[in-house]
Design a binder for this molecule. Structure first.
Ligand SMILES: Cc1cc2nc3c(=O)[nH]c(=O)nc-3n(C[C@H](O)[C@H](O)[C@H](O)COP(=O)(O)OP(=O)(O)OC[C@H]3O[C@@H](n4cnc5c(N)ncnc54)[C@H](O)[C@@H]3O)c2cc1C
Length: 404
């Protein structure tokens, strides 16, 4: 009998295991994959991820992993003007100073190995059923790679099992919602020119509304990809790999890809966006990370939010274990704490995602920023500071930019 069973050992699950250990909880961490495993992603670790890694005293080791250290973000407009935001200067120096791009095969394996050291775990174990004692969850049943069935018991189950979460499905919480789900493809390349210490987001006309990214991923690798909402992707008569090909061959990017070689076929995956609030708790369970639909609708980031969810979910798990109360009312506090921290930011990003549908606005803001340091500072502040970020959806922001 465990205090909690964590289904899925990605950033949400492995981080939950690490926090649970700190809180003295006995957890079992399960994943259907065997680590190291790949996960389709841009591999960018933002300020929020760095904050959690610092809190878990892991940042020093993460810095040594095979990847890239990021000091700048480049934004490109539909008309191909662009500007850089430096993370360690100006207004940003107070908030974020550095980011990282580390292939998920490496980063997730690092986190999993850390979790493996401190909790019971099973890899290659696929959860298929949730077990109940009356209305109360009391465990899970699954199969190992040889097809052997096994059950494990705990009063709390955390669903950290990604966008197609079996936990969410079995609890009837899963709903595919085209407008609030993104789709993105990733393709690792080698030999892409001009990538050093920056991540690049280009709002190009070929993928509208959405963006094309170029991230340096260490060892002359580049993580290249693009994403948009599933709803918009469905209207396209081109496949996403076809769009990627068009962009890399376009006038603006073809020189940078002249000697580049894809290292794989583009791989696609869903991003359940936090532009709506989904139910994420009940009698004895909580959903975390992609299973809870916490991906930022504007930036596509989900790793940091998954890790923040892990922090609050384990706090509430400890409270439930201490009080012996596993009712829905106790787990409701997880939802409350999570949305206190992430709700404002996700709301702002939802507005920004809508604004970014307008090429006119993107051209306007990025063109001005290219020519004007003060505008760069305003945007820098927005990226690093949630209150300032809210300003983007205020018409005054555009007046300020116009007259800067
Ligand atoms: C193309 C793309 C680019 C992205 N780029 C970025 C980025 O640059 N930065 C960023 O922060 N975010 C990015 N994201 C989002 C990010 O990848 C996710 O938000 C993040 O992986 C969520 O972590 P998680 O732990 O919730 O889920 P996952 O990382 O998906 O982990 C879920 C785990 O559950 C396991 N599992 C699933 N089902 C079962 C089962 N039945 N039994 C046992 N185990 C199971 C899986 O094997 C997996 O290991 C991107 C997403 C996509 C698709």
């Amino acid at each position: 009998m465990y205090d909690l069973i964590i289904v899925g050992a990605g950033p949400a699950g492995a981080t939950a295991a690490l926090y649970a250990h700190r809180l003295g909880l006995k957890s079992l961490l399960l994943d259907k994959a065997v680590f190291p495993r790949d996960k389709t992603c841009g591999d960018a670790l933002s300020g929020k991820t760095v904050k959690v890694l610092r809190e878990l005293s892991l940042i020093k080791e993460v810095e040594e992993l095979d990847g890239s250290h990021i000091n700048r973000i480049t934004f490109g407009s539909p008309s191909h003007s662009q500007f850089d935001i430096k993370l360690d200067s100006g207004i940003n120096a107070k908030h974020i100073t550095k980011g990282y791009v580390i292939p998920r095969k490496i980063f997730d394996n690092f986190l999993f190995q850390k979790a493996k050291d401190i909790c019971d775990n099973r890899q290659g174990f696929k959860v298929r059923e949730i077990l109940f004692d009356g209305k109360q969850i009391n465990g899970i049943r699954g199969v190992d790679l040889d097809g052997n069935e096994e059950s494990f018991y705990a009063p709390i189950v955390m669903g950290c099992d990604g966008p197609n979460s079996i936990v969410a499905r079995k609890l009837a919480l899963y709903e595919m919602d085209m407008k609030n789900t993104g789709i993105a493809i990733r393709c690792y390349y080698e030999g892409v020119k001009g990538l050093t210490d920056q991540i690049e987001l280009h709002y190009v006309n070929e993928v509208k509304p959405g963006y094309f990214w170029l991230f340096p991923a260490g060892s002359d690798r580049a993580n290249i990809g693009l994403g948009l909402s599933k709803h918009d992707a469905k209207k396209e008569d081109r496949t996403l790999p076809e769009i990627l090909m068009q962009i890399t061959k376009s006038k603006y990017f073809r020189d940078r890809f002249a000697n580049a070689r894809p290292l794989e076929r583009p791989i696609g995956w869903n991003l359940p966006l936090g532009s709506i609030k989904r139910k994420n708790y009940g009698n004895g369970y909580m959903l975390l990370g992609d299973a809870a639909g916490l991906v930022d609708p504007f930036t596509g980031e989900g790793i940091g939010n998954a890790m923040v969810a892990a922090k609050y979910a384990t706090m509430i798990a400890q409270k439930a274990i201490r009080s012996g109360n596993f009712s829905s009312e106790v787990f409701q506090e997880y939802d409350y704490l999570l949305w206190e921290e992430l709700g404002g930011e996700l709301g702002t990003s939802t507005k920004l995602q809508k604004l970014a549908r307008s090429s006119f606005l993107l051209n306007f803001v990025i063109d001005r920023a290219q020519r004007n340091y003060d505008v760069q500072e305003i945007i820098s502040g927005m990226l690093s500071n949630q209150d300032a970020r809210g300003a983007l959806s205020n018409p005054m922001f555009y007046f300020k930019i116009l007259f800067s």
